[in-house]
Design a binder for this molecule. Structure first.
Ligand code: BG6
Length: 486
């Protein structure tokens, strides 16, 4: 029921633990803007959007994004209004270190100081990701994640961050979704550096995992009060049919996308079957024995999981092809395609419910993913660090509508509620879920989808000075937080 003060709910069927973190998430390049201001260096994404505007829907770019860099106090006030007790964001490596290494940019340092202090003053716990895909361009030009030196540069950057903010940040994550960062950068080539090379993909992934492992060691060796983990997507993968070919394809897809990343992080070693598979294709990464020793069990304090949709793997992959629906037109011609010849391809679920961008809505996938995290290490604290739905939200100022309905995103409320229900079930089964961060706090630069695909609790009016408006879902979520359930 909507009242003047927002929605009220009469039944509390889903009660959450009392210390549960309720938040939303963002990433620096997707919201900050001020791309070449105040000493910030260019990132690989700033450059990509300039060099290849045609590859981004409606030629969008992150130069201004949501202008959060200038409007941060207003944004933190809105987060507080929405009653969040947590907020996940990322630091921009090139804002702090314009060349990726060397001297710190004092204005960048001061920006995050102000952000963290304001959040804490508002009772909102920061959950900080060190790397959410905005590699400094200077490092990209020296080979990026393909270059072993990037590992050392990343660790040095992380140590700066711990020294600058470690006294105030309770939760750190090293890297956001290493698997998709690598797949999109080096396999699908939909994201920069836009390379099609399995060999380079596996090498870059190895370096990323090394950077993660060393950073965790450094954090734990330091005198910090907080906890550190990583954010993995851990996409649930099902066989398209029960044929042995599809089951083998699902096992391979799960190994390449999930286990190749989860196992080093949680078990301290690469999965043997995929190691052998890559060895057979001469794809193993160059590595030193010492590096493999950096992967240890029990190194992380928590795991962050991002979940959007599941995959159905078929072994009938006769072509190599990748495509993402960026139009949001719900057009079968635009359906997402991910097919690796001779390995696996992802197919649609004929019974599935799909968004206009062709992403399936399947909350049960999140339940299985949470159970899986628990099975890797019983009792490990798990945060759902991203979960959300891209919609074509619209502003409607009809005088008959209360302010809470100026952006009526009921579909987002339904989506979040369905996913919270399965989180509640996971809790009942004993999974140690500690918090939920909806993607996203605000409509933002959705990578190659540009700005049409809206994810936020806050509507950003791109036709009117980036004005912020709370959507109906934000009032609903506020009531969930205030009741610690719904
Ligand atoms: C996650 C990323 O994979 O998916 C976010 O961590 C991203 O940065 C989100 O925005 C949704 O993806 P997209 O491409 O629809 O914006």
């Amino acid at each position: 029921h909507l009242t003047d003060s927002g929605p009220t709910y009469h039944f509390m069927n889903y009660q959450f633990p009392k210390d549960f973190i309720w938040g939303s998430a963002t990433a620096a390049i997707q919201i900050e803007g001020a791309a070449s201001e105040a000493g910030k260096g260019p990132s690989i994404w700033d450059d990509y959007c300039q060099q290849h505007p045609e590859r981004i829907f409606q030629q969008a770019n992150p130069a201004i994004a949501c202008d959060h860099y200038h409007r941060m106090p207003e944004d933190v006030a809105l987060i507080q209004q929405m009653a969040h007790n947590g907020y996940r964001f990322s630091l921009s490596w090139p804002r702090l270190l314009p060349q990726g290494t060397g001297a710190l940019n004092s204005k960048g340092v001061a920006f995050y100081d102000r952000l963290i202090d304001r959040l804490l003053a508002a009772g909102i716990a920061p959950n900080v990701t060190l790397y959410h895909w905005d590699l400094p361009l200077a490092l990209a030009q020296q080979g990026g994640w393909g270059n072993r030196q990037t590992v050392d540069h990343f660790v040095a950057y992380a140590e700066h961050c711990f020294r600058l903010y470690g006294d105030r940040v309770p939760h750190w994550a090293t890297i956001n979704e290493p698997a998709w960062s690598i797949l999109n950068g080096y396999v699908t080539a939909l994201h920069p550096p836009c390379v099609h090379s399995y060999k380079q993909a596996i090498q870059a992934a190895h370096h990323m995992l090394c950077a993660h492992a060393l950073t965790i060691q450094k954090y734990h060796q330091g005198d910090h009060n907080g906890q550190i983990g990583i954010v993995l997507n851990m996409s649930t993968v099902y066989p398209a049919t029960q044929s042995s070919q599809d089951r083998a394809a699902a096992q391979l897809a799960d190994g390449a996308l999930n286990r190749w990343f989860i196992d080093p992080v949680l078990l301290g070693r690469y999965p043997e079957d995929i190691w052998q598979y890559y060895a057979d294709w001469d794809l193993l990464p160059e590595h030193s024995g010492e590096e493999l020793g950096w992967f240890t069990e029990d190194s992380i304090d928590f795991i962050g999981v991002n979940y959007y949709y599941p995959h159905y793997a078929s072994g009938d992959a006769t072509t190599t092809q990748f495509h993402l629906n960026t139009t949001g037109e719900n057009d079968p011609q635009q359906d997402c395609v991910f097919s690796i010849k001779g390995a696996f391809k992802f197919v649609k679920n004929p019974q599935g419910r799909y968004t206009d961008w062709d992403w399936e809505i399947y909350p049960e996938g999140l339940l299985q993913l949470l159970q899986r995290a628990e099975s890797y290490r019983p009792g490990i604290p798990v945060y759902v660090t991203e979960n959300g739905i891209g919609l074509q939200d619209q502003l409607d100022f009809s005088p008959s509508l209360p302010v809470q309905q100026h952006v009526d995103d009921q579909e987002r409320i339904d989506f979040v509620a369905e996913h919270l229900k399965v989180i509640h079930q996971a809790l009942a089964e004993g999974v140690n879920v500690k918090g939920y961060y909806m993607w996203s706090l605000m409509d933002n630069f959705s990578w190659i989808n540009g700005y049409k695909k809206r994810y936020g609790f806050l509507y950003i009016d791109r036709d009117n000075n980036l004005q912020r408006y709370r959507k109906k879902s934000s009032y609903w979520y506020q009531s969930v937080i205030e009741n610690n359930g719904f």
